[in-house]
Design a protein around this ligand. Structure first.
Ligand code: FPP
Length: 236
């Protein structure tokens, strides 16, 4: 009998454990990140096949700048490679790609590739794939508040108009529904400044598996766990 799964509309993922995966194999951390990036492509395809509409991944946090320079360089190299063929990938998979986070701190060529990718994939109707880059929730909220107060001062909005919907429209995730399921791999059980506002009602799931080993069967198992949960929103 076909298994009946409840498919989350929006899955958010913290791809944790690349470093430990590499260390276990006595490999450099960069190899862990490369494997992690490969896994991400498989998970994008699997999520789309399952009927997930939105997938948001934490690729680089505002805190990640504190990592050793060579590790940051590796992550930027992976990002450049990813962006280089992502226009084709987005077209082949009918995927809409958006970046959340403050990209102004990234190199100019990366910023340009991101803008172009967002533009050319904007009308794709398959999976909505969000990549969080130089993203931190507190930073996102502060940037939103700054723009909102500027709009208030300019008379574009009135303070008493402010409600959750208006506030959400100033966030990087504007037009994207809140995640209903958050997965963090590697057994760590923290949000680490990821989608704090947006995950207010999300179910959390913390499998032990390290990100480079998180394959499509692991995604299916995660969705099974989600299906088994009784979703409540505080009402009944
Ligand atoms: C956490 O593992 C992972 C990261 C900080 C980077 C995640 C990035 C990728 C998987 C590839 C990027 C993909 C794109 C699209 C650019 P960790 O290094 O903290 O692992 P550890 O906790 O075991 O040390």
């Amino acid at each position: 009998m076909e298994e009946l799964l409840k498919i989350p509309v929006h899955i958010a993922i913290i791809m944790d454990g690349n470093g430990r995966w590499a260390k276990k194999r006595k490999l450099p951390r960069s190899v862990g990140h490369q494997q992690g990036a490969k896994r991400l492509e498989e998970i994008c395809r699997a999520a789309a096949e399952m009927g997930v509409k939105y997938l948001t991944v934490y690729a680089f946090s505002t805190e990640n700048w504190a990592r050793p320079e060579d590790e940051i360089a590796t992550l930027m190299k992976i990002l450049r490679n990813y962006l280089a063929d992502s226009i084709k990938k987005a077209r082949d998979n009918n995927m809409r790609i958006r970046v959340i986070g403050d990209i102004s701190r990234l190199d100019l060529d990366i910023q340009k590739s991101i803008r172009r990718l967002e533009e050319v994939s904007a009308s794709n109707t398959g999976l909505n794939f969000q990549i969080a880059l130089n993203y931190g929730s507190r930073d996102e909220i502060l940037r939103a508040v700054r723009r909102m107060t500027a709009d208030c001062r300019a008379g574009k909005i009135q303070p008493d108009e402010l409600d959750e919907t208006l506030f959400s429209s100033y966030l990087d995730t504007k037009d994207i529904p809140d995640p209903d399921f958050l997965i963090r791999t590697s057994g760590e059980q923290r949000l680490s400044n990821y989608l704090l506002w947006q995950c207010a009602y999300a179910e959390f799931y913390f499998p032990e598996v390290l990100w480079p080993d998180f394959d499509k069967n692991a995604l299916k198992e995660a969705v099974r766990q989600y299906t088994a949960r009784d979703r409540r929103f505080g009402g009944v």
